[in-house]
Design a binder for this molecule. Structure first.
Ligand code: SF4
Length: 305
């Protein structure tokens, strides 16, 4: 396996399971408690709760799981193991009984080894954490993902996140008392922020004992409040070179054991206003640029902890 200057998810799974582990992303008709019923409001950059291009939330979950697994097994072999990733909107936003029924269904395939639940820091009460933790009794790997995006409350207000940095800290502390694996999200490039803000956000995440981080460059989509603002008066967007520099700075201060789950975005091209490097084909380019930048510096993850 290629040696990387950071801890990748693939390496984590390869060491732990000695099999290839793939994520199957499902999109269910969950909503977001932070949006109005008609889908308006919410975070200014939110594009339909991040539904992947090919997912149809109206399809039953069993079908989404079976289709995803069949395609992945064809590509990677029959022994491939799977984590079912609930990505779209807020996947804890339902009564506990409903959540249990939905999560239980995810384990119906024998090659499924776990689930990964994307949610908001203010929508994962102790009862939900307890339910998720109960799947660890059965030997499953259970992840919960919390979006922080910025540690700066003024920015959170400006992008209408609807929670504070304190809510995020509280969620991580509560989840940290369980056996759940915790992943966190931050955005680099939110309007009005500078490198000082990005590093503050990364340092907060690094200090809270999360198991993983996803770093996203900001992308502006058609059909969002941010997109409308951008079209009226374009604001500054980080260049690819600047993004790579910030990314390398962040990787250097992350604890050596934290998993870097993601550091590029793959926006739906037909709706992408900016930047260009959030098109899917830039994923490999960003990876090579990051590796080259860290090599040039002679550093790696944890170098400045
Ligand atoms: S919390 Fe997530 S789903 Fe809800 S509005 Fe914000 S980005 Fe969209």
């Amino acid at each position: 396996m290629e040696e990387l200057p950071y801890n990748s998810l693939r390496e984590y799974y390869a060491v732990k399971y000695r099999e290839r582990v793939q994520k199957i992303t499902v999109s269910l008709p969950f909503t977001c408690p932070h949006m109005a019923e008609d889908g308006t409001g919410g975070c200014t950059y939110c594009h339909k709760g991040s539904i992947p291009d090919l997912n149809d939330p109206q399809l039953p979950m069993a079908m989404q799981v079976a289709t995803g697994i069949a395609a992945a097994q064809k590509r990677y072999g029959p022994d491939t193991k799977f984590i079912i990733y609930f990505q779209t909107y807020t996947n804890t936003n339902a009564p506990l009984k409903t959540l249990k029924k939905i999560y239980d269904e995810a384990f119906n395939h024998m090659n499924v080894i776990g689930i990964d639940i994307g949610t908001r820091p203010d929508c994962a009460g102790d009862e939900v954490l307890k339910l998720l933790d109960s799947y660890c009794d059965l030997g499953y790997e259970v992840w919960i993902e919390f979006g922080l995006q910025s540690a700066n409350d003024d920015t959170l207000k400006a992008v209408n996140r609807g929670h504070t940095a304190r809510d995020f800290i509280d969620a991580l502390k509560r989840a940290g008392k369980t056996r759940l694996k915790i992943a966190t999200h931050m955005i680099v490039g939110l309007p009005g922020e500078t490198k000082t803000d990005y590093m503050k956000t990364a340092r907060l995440i690094a200090s809270l004992g999360a198991h993983a981080i996803k770093i996203h460059p900001l992308y502006v989509m058609e059909g969002t409040a941010l997109g409308d603002r951008y079209k009226k008066k374009p604001f500054g967007i980080l260049s690819l070179d600047d993004y790579i520099e910030v990314l390398a700075d962040i990787i250097e201060i992350l604890p050596p054991g934290m998993i870097v789950m993601r550091y590029s975005s793959e926006a739906i091209e037909s709706h992408l206003l900016a930047p260009n490097y959030c098109k899917p084909e830039y994923k490999a380019i960003i990876k090579q640029m990051l590796i080259a930048e860290l090599k040039k510096r002679g550093t790696r993850q944890g170098f400045r902890v």
